[in-house]
Write a protein that binds this ligand. Structure first.
Ligand code: ADP
Ligand code: MG
Length: 700
């Protein structure tokens, strides 16, 4: 039964070797089953016919029935095109083809009655249709017609070879007649009932040849559910597998360092959320299995303290920790913060980055190997093979999205028993995405900000009101506050961007002159020493304004800085804007974020800016970001490991995904091995689908 769906596509009537090869190369369709899984991306309602007299140019599409006039070639060279008239008794429209004249002349029959479908436009005060879909009225009536017509994804090359959307539809219909009655069910009866009971075969048929809107919706829901369900099943099984097979260090001890720190060194009372997350980490690390936990916490929620507490737990159990940051500036800052908080305690913290001097590096490496360093803070430099530990027990990765999967795997390899892994991110990952991406990781959320924070006030200002903005900066500086002014420098090599930053720096220096004011600058193309120097000056309050590129995007913590001006804000993505804004609002003072843009904004830019002005909620922002950019882009496609979804959409079908997850969980609780006979098709589908590719748990 399965075999039929494995039949090579070239054997389907109307395909043959040549087109078969094309389908394989262009769309990855190699078998009957592949073709069936090549679903339409939309459906057009062709139940309604329009009359030419009632056309208007705002119609997205119109369907006419009428007579085709003679075909004429008009215009010279580049402007050469094929035209014809089309009449239905209520009026006449003009048809035009700019390409494919020869093929159209061969296939269309002037004088015959046609069904025409396309978008009406106006040219020289007359309605016209460019490249309309044309079908002889006689054929139309004979069958290949439906009220709801599927539109298939195809490629230019395929279309040129006569395999456009309609041809694909024809193939689907041919195939459906052959395979009906032979498409097996995958979902067990209990799950199927939950979904309204449409069998898989019927759902597939409805997807390609819908009988009505209602049935189609039901079919698509079922197919999308199945897609999401299989992914969730695979992820959850993977997670269970790791849980059972990967041993971890058992941190059973509640020890001296943690207690002392808690009693004498805590600079502030941890928030409820911080306490809860630490408790979760502690439970994981004490379980005897390897921890793989993602901690999400909005900017400023206090992730550093959580990291520190978990590293102290490791230390109390005799293990070393590595704390990795994505940038040098951040690593230094973490090092400074930890050193400050741990002052007076017998905890040895060292910093290792790309710019650590050779002699110092050597002594650090030796001390690490001997176990004399308890906490090593650093950048990618920690990944190098020569960095060896005495007993590495915990790896904390700050700002996960900058670290690729492979890099995490390298940390894993530094210890025979894999270290516990704590991944921290301030980029809130929308729940739906987290579920798909990290379905096999445990997640914790720090969903509470330290008390006394005033929400940052965000405004949008046009470049034309720059003077007023400068006036405002002056007032804030007079109150003792500090200001960031950030410029986009997307590619650190882009010359014109760099020029903007420098120009901005110069004009700010003129507007806020020495000796009354001091303006500093940092950008990625400066050498490390200069960057450090500038950052340190700003931290100490020696500069009032820091002109910067996105090098300060992540993690930089200067509580006295209360104003963030973002230049060319329209050029930043939402999550980046949110990160940047998170650099202020860290002290008790009211903070401000000013988004500067040009006068003209595109639709997406307006929505991004509007979202920033409306809300401070990182999760809400992440949802909008996901909607605007799509999931792959959000995570960086190559490293995202996102499974390819054919039908479902992580944004639109969030509720369905949630349901799929719950149902998958329940099913695995009952039958973890999918051993029951009614689950055999599921097990087979999982196997065939290759969903096991998603192996986050193993490498995190
Ligand atoms: P994140 O890394 O989550 O963005 P940080 O760890 O840098 O946040 O903390 C942001 C600021 O809040 C820091 O200045 C930190 O000292 C402070 N902070 C953290 N936790 C608390 C708390 N429980 N109470 C008061 N301030 C806190
Ligand atoms: Mg941080």
């Amino acid at each position: 039964m399965q075999d039929l769906l494995e039949t090579p596509i070239e054997f389907l009537k109307g395909v043959g070797p040549q087109r078969g090869e094309l389908l394989r190369a262009e769309l990855g369709i190699a078998t009957y089953g592949d073709l069936l899984r090549h679903y339409p991306f939309r459906y057009v309602d062709r139940s309604r016919f329009h009359r030419i007299a009632e056309l208007n140019e705002n119609m997205p599409q119109a369907q006419l029935r009428g007579k085709l006039g003679p075909l004429k070639t008009v215009g010279e060279k580049q402007a050469r095109r094929l035209t014809a008239t089309f009449t239905d008794g209520s009026g006449t429209v003009e048809l035009v083809w700019f390409k494919g004249a020869r093929w159209i002349q061969q296939s269309l029959k002037p004088g015959e009655e046609y069904i025409l479908f396309g978008k009406p436009g106006i040219y020289r005060s007359r309605f016209n249709f460019a490249h309309p879909e044309m079908e002889l009225a006689a054929t139309w009536e004979q069958g290949l017609s439906a009220a709801l017509q599927p539109v298939y994804p195809t490629t230019e090359k395929l279309t040129a070879k006569g395999l456009g959307s309609r041809a694909l539809w024809k193939l689907q219909k041919t195939l459906l007649t052959q395979v009906m009655g032979r498409i097996p069910e995958t979902l067990p009866p209990s799950v199927l009932t939950l979904l309204g009971g449409m069998p898989r075969e019927e759902a597939i048929r409805q997807a390609h040849a819908p009988t009505d809107r209602h049935k189609l919706d039901e079919a698509l829901r079922r197919l999308k559910f199945e897609e999401l369900f299989l992914i969730q099943l695979a992820l959850l099984r993977q997670k269970e597998l790791v849980r059972r097979s990967v041993e971890g260090h058992r941190f059973a001890q509640v020890g001296e360092n943690l207690n002392t720190f808690y009693r004498d060194h805590l600079p502030f009372e941890p928030t409820g959320a911080q306490k809860r997350v630490v408790k979760e980490l502690r439970r994981d690390m004490g379980s005897g299995r390897q921890m793989n936990r993602l901690v999400q916490g909005d900017v400023g929620s206090g992730k550093t303290l959580v990291a520190l507490l978990s590293m102290l737990i490791a230390l109390d159990n005799g293990y070393q920790s590595a704390f990795m940051a994505p940038t040098e500036i951040l690593a230094q800052q973490h090092f400074a913060t930890l050193s400050r908080m741990l002052e007076g305690m017998p905890v040895v913290v060292r910093l290792l980055t790309g710019s650590t001097k050779a002699a110092e590096r050597k002594s650090i490496l030796t001390a690490l190997r001997l176990g004399e360093v308890h906490i090593i803070v650093g950048t990618h430099a920690l990944l190098e093979d020569r960095v060896q530990f005495h007993r590495l027990g915990l790896v904390v990765i700050d700002e996960q999205h900058r670290f690729g999967v492979a890099q995490r795997a390298r940390m894993w390899a530094k210890s025979e028993v894999p270290p516990h892994v704590l991944v921290m991110t301030a980029t809130p990952i929308p729940r739906t995405l987290a579920m798909t991406l990290y379905g096999d990781l445990d997640t914790s959320v720090i969903d509470e900000l330290p008390p006394g924070r005033k929400p940052i006030r965000t405004v949008h200002r046009f470049d034309s009101s720059r003077n007023a903005v400068f006036g405002f900066l002056e007032e804030e500086i007079a109150k003792g506050r500090q200001v960031y002014v950030v410029y986009p420098l997307i590619e650190e090599s882009e010359k014109s961007d760099l020029k903007h930053v420098m120009d901005g720096y110069e004009s700010l220096s003129r507007r806020f002159p020495l000796p009354k004011y001091a303006v500093g600058i940092v950008h990625g193309r400066m050498d490390q020493a200069t960057k450090d120097y500038e950052m340190a000056r700003f931290k100490k309050g020696e500069t009032n304004i820091l002109v910067a590129t996105t090098v300060i995007e992540v993690g930089v913590d200067v509580p006295n800085a209360s104003v963030m001006v973002i230049e060319n804000a329209e050029r930043f993505g939402l999550s980046q804007l949110h990160q940047l804004r998170g650099r202020v609002g860290r002290g008790a003072e009211q903070s401000f974020c000013i988004l500067m843009t040009g006068d003209k904004l595109g639709h997406d830019a307006r929505e991004r800016i509007g979202t920033m002005v409306r809300t401070n909620d990182g999760f809400e922002i992440a949802e909008v970001d996901l909607r605007l950019r799509g999931p792959g882009d959000l995570m960086g496609t190559q490293q995202s490991g996102l499974p390819q979804l054919k039908l479902a959409d992580l944004v639109e079908d969030a509720a369905l995904l949630q349901q799929a997850r719950v149902v998958a969980q329940r099913l695995l609780e009952e039958d973890p091995e999918l051993a029951a006979p009614e689950h055999a098709p599921l097990a087979a589908a999982l196997h065939a689908g290759g969903q096991a590719k998603v192996v986050w748990g193993r490498v995190s």
